[in-house]
Design a protein around this ligand. Structure first.
Ligand SMILES: [Zn+2]
Length: 325
């Protein structure tokens, strides 16, 4: 993920990772000399023990009954905007704060086992190449076609810089994609904007905003997710992120995915063409961490997470819901 979203952060964050001789980090597809294996030389946290992304091995996840449903605020109406789509040289990023900043039109989440209310800064994507998939998180060792990160900041903090200094300062919702033959009309606005931002540094104001929940799986499927503590998946790799990886993939059309893979360049106008492909970080060691599964997410393999355990969990939830049920 990339933390940029606050307008101030757009100006300041790149300065924090300019330790490399050429002043930047990249993916191997751009230049192996500044790819992920070198990031720890640019930013010390990138070599830490709680990095992201990871493989989510569903034989090893632990059921956690406290991981209930999310409450999404503002996701069900088009915010006043405007929204700007940006090619920042590493990804395509949609600023979700809008012209009015914090307040009206804000998109926020709570519940879902999160300790506080978190509000959205931006969303962006990671994808592969014509040869392979490009999600960051893998599921049972399988890389998926694409991944979207919706980056939220803890409302305890006033700025991204402050949030990046505290564990739990950020909460990122990660959505994996599956490819289908038909286009997903809900992604038409974003996909049609790609051709206007083919080069690094280019941005376009979308004609309108839209309901953000249209980009997500159906509401009845959003209670199935995995949770673990991790990091930003790009330098500075701060270990301050509560990750939520949803189990249900988002469908995207084959030709729509191809637009991400073929339209975008990591290079600026007038410079040597560098295709923006394979912009994902490889899976990092999980170490001592344990991935938790929400009460109705799929768990597999271990006897402790068998069907009776799930039935027991469901019974507990129903009883705690009160007499209305
Ligand atoms: Zn990301």
């Amino acid at each position: 993920m990339q933390p940029r979203g606050l307008s101030l952060a757009w100006l300041t964050l790149p300065l924090l990772v300019q330790a490399a001789p050429d002043g930047s980090w990249c993916y191997d597809s751009q230049n192996p000399q500044c790819g992920p294996s070198h990031w720890k030389d640019l930013a010390h946290p990138c070599g830490g023990l709680a990095q992201s992304p990871i493989d989510i091995d569903r034989r090893q996840v632990k059921l956690d009954l406290s991981l209930g449903p999310f409450v999404f605020e503002g996701y069900d109406s088009a915010p006043p905007g405007p929204w700007r789509l940006l090619n920042d040289g590493h990804t395509v990023l949609l600023n979700l704060e809008g012209a009015q900043g914090r307040g009206r039109g804000q998109l926020c989440i709570q519940g879902g086992g999160l300790p506080h209310i978190y509000c959205a800064l931006q969303l962006h994507f990671h994808w592969g190449s014509p040869k392979g998939n490009g999600s960051e998180h893998t599921l049972d060792g399988q890389r998926q076609p694409m991944e979207m990160h919706v980056v939220h900041m803890n409302t305890l903090y006033q700025s991204l810089a402050e949030a990046r200094g505290h564990p739990g300062g950020l909460a990122v919702l990660a959505f994996l994609f599956k490819v289908q033959n038909e286009d997903n009309a809900n992604y038409a606005t974003i996909v049609s904007g790609l051709r206007n931002i083919s080069h690094q540094g280019q941005s376009v104001e979308l004609a309108s905003t839209f309901r953000l929940d249209q980009l997500l799986p159906g509401p009845d499927l959003l209670s199935r997710y995995y949770r673990y503590p991790g990091s930003l998946t790009t330098p500075s790799c701060d270990e301050v992120v509560l990750w939520t990886v949803f189990e249900e993939p988002v469908p995207i059309g084959k030709s729509q995915l191809a637009q991400f893979v073929s339209t975008l360049q990591a290079s600026a106008p007038g410079t040597r063409t560098v295709n923006m492909i394979d912009n994902f970080r490889p899976a990092q060691p999980i170490g001592a961490r344990r991935v938790l599964a929400s009460w109705d997410a799929t768990v597999s393999g271990a006897p402790a997470f068998s069907l009776p355990a799930k039935a027991w969990a469901l019974a507990c939830l129903l009883l705690s819901s009160g007499p209305a049920l």
